[in-house]
Write a protein that binds this ligand. Structure first.
Ligand code: PRP
Ligand code: XAN
Ligand code: MG
Length: 175
């Protein structure tokens, strides 16, 4: 109807912002690798694209894993979650390395929010280890290893999704 306010998207609904710099993200990924080193070794890393690609590269490098595969899933269109679509599944070669169930494989994503994406990938590889850098409470039970938990009403801004911008002064007239 004309004049009606548009539905708030997931980012607007979240309310709180948690901006993450490249430095911070790298530090958090390195902390993740310390924990994962206690769990491995892993035969391969499976990155959930696109957000999982950056932590997967850092984690794979630190753990000395050279076989990296992707599972390509689209859900959030900008910041509104729709139906999950698997655009590319896990390769036969990676599935074979994990004995069909994912044993010895490491799934990596940047975060779990509602847990829908993580749940879908877990169903593909039930015995794999699932690691994310950040976790929100709804998705947290799905993750085996993560570094930082943020509240469900927080939106995480990743460095590859953001650019430097000018923040207006908090108080009128302040320089
Ligand atoms: O736990 P959920 O509620 O499913 O949300 C988490 C997923 O959402 C984001 O991906 P997105 O679908 O935005 O795609 P992208 O990684 O390509 O940015 C994020 O990278 C996770 O994969
Ligand atoms: O950049 C993002 N930040 C988030 O907090 C989030 N939750 C789901 N998908 C997300 N993407
Ligand atoms: Mg993603």
């Amino acid at each position: 109807m004309a004049g009606e306010a548009p539905e708030p998207n997931a980012q607007e609904k979240a309310g709180k912002a948690f901006p993450v710099s490249w430095d911070q993200f790298h530090r958090d990924c390195r902390a993740l690798t310390w924990r994962l080193n206690e769990v491995g070794p892993f035969h391969a890393v499976i990155a959930i694209t696109r957000g999982g690609l950056v932590p997967a590269a850092i984690v794979a490098r630190a753990l000395g894993v050279r076989v990296i595969d992707t599972v390509c899933i689209a859900s959030y269109d900008h910041n509104k979650q729709g139906e999950l679509q698997v655009l590319k599944g896990i390769s036969e070669a990676a599935i074979k390395l994990g004995g069909g169930t994912g044993k010895g494989l490491l799934i990596v994503d940047d975060l779990v929010d509602t847990g829908k994406t993580g749940k879908l990938v877990r169903e593909m590889l039930p015995d794999a280890h699932f690691a994310t850098v950040y976790a929100k409470p709804m998705g947290r039970p799905l993750v085996d290893t993560f570094i930082t938990e943020v509240s469900q009403d927080t939106w995480i801004f990743f460095p590859w999704d953001t650019a430097l911008s000018y923040p207006p002064p908090l108080r009128d007239g302040a320089a």
